[in-house]
Design a protein around this ligand. Structure first.
Ligand code: FE2
Ligand code: FE2
Length: 334
């Protein structure tokens, strides 16, 4: 594995490339959770060819090509379309190919991964969390739990699905501004998009546009567990956001960091999570099953997922288990 050193604003870091010259740091788009070759640039290839690395090049050359999905994104797109129907499928078809939204996701990862050293908040995270949120909503329904809009008799289950899907898909776009209060920055950026989509989905139905728009705002501002939320819809997205914790999400931040730094526990613990499964519970409607190589991964459950679960109205409908290689399962919620 070839390596080269580059001084950044934060610290001296080692840029790692694989034998094919794929730069693990320069990954912006879904490649943060995918081992696919980069389509943007390869740092080592540039150095070997005597060309300037990306930080010295025209910035526009680093903007990802939104028109081509990575293999990981394409796989998630297919799953999302296969699992949805009706208006939700129509919504997903447009969302997954929306140029502006894809660019917001990609740039959000520039800030998250390159500038701040966080994990993936881009197109793959949006797809995984949306898929998990819709899955949980289906399991709640199968378990006889109505959404808040249904229980309050202001909208249908499908409208709750639309609010969850659209809100979840857009929830981290504010990372493109900054990490702090990114849920509020996100609202500022995406509200025109929300209004446009709802006017398209519900033409001449202002009541539905108003209700779903307000619900989407609760979904987005509530996803960090800092703003109290009260609906099943927002609570579902809050938990779904915490379920994207497998090692793929942190691989870039993990590979960037070779010197001890506060936050290492997040990277090392996430790197032990091999699989997160969302399925029907034994007693409650939903079971979240987290598989890991060793107990380090428990940090992800206790400090990341449970923080969100405890703030979610969905908590009482969840079973959460940790499956550690060679050990008996540990139940966090049952
Ligand atoms: Fe977030
Ligand atoms: Fe998120």
């Amino acid at each position: 594995m070839a390596t080269t050193m580059l001084r950044t604003r934060r610290t001296r870091k080692r840029l790692t490339t694989d034998p094919k010259g794929r730069c693990l740091v320069g990954i912006v788009r879904g490649a943060a959770q995918c081992a696919a070759p980069l389509r943007i640039y390869s740092h080592s290839a540039m150095v070997e060819q005597g060309r300037k690395p990306y930080m010295e090049k025209d910035i526009t050359s680093s903007i990802p090509d939104w028109r081509e999905s990575t293999p990981k994104e394409a796989s998630l797109n297919a799953t999302l379309l296969r699992r949805t129907s009706g208006k939700v499928a129509t919504l997903m078809e447009r969302l997954l190919t929306d140029k502006e939204i894809n660019l917001y996701h990609s740039y959000g990862n520039v800030v998250s991964v390159r500038r701040l050293g966080y994990n993936d908040h881009g197109p793959v995270h949006a797809r995984i969390t949306t898929m998990n949120a819709l899955r949980m909503l289906d399991l709640l329904r199968a378990g006889g739990i109505p959404t808040s809009l249904e229980a309050e008799q202001v909208a249908s289950f499908e409208e709750s699905q639309v609010a969850v899907a659209l809100g979840c898909f857009l929830h981290d776009i504010g990372m493109g501004v900054t990490r702090h209060d990114h849920e509020w920055h996100g609202i500022n950026l995406v509200d025109p998009i929300i209004r446009e989509y709802l006017a398209w989905l519900y033409p001449d139905q202002l009541d539905k546009q108003v209700v779903v728009r307000a619900m989407i705002h609760e979904v987005i501002v509530g996803h960090m567990a800092k703003v109290p939320i009260h609906s099943i819809e927002a609570g579902t997205v809050l938990v779904a956001d915490g379920t994207d914790m497998t090692k793929g999400r942190s691989v870039i931040a993990f590979n960037m960091q070779f010197e001890p730094e506060v936050g290492d526990m997040h990277r090392f613990s996430a790197n032990t999570i091999t699989r997160v499964e969302i399925k029907k519970g034994t007693i409650k409607p939903i079971r979240i099953s987290i598989q890991m190589d060793n107990t380090t991964g428990l940090f992800q459950i206790e400090e990341v997922l449970m923080t969100k679960v405890k703030a979610s109205p969905v908590m009482k409908h969840l079973e959460i288990e940790a499956l550690i290689s060679g050990q008996v399962p540990r139940m966090y919620l049952k």
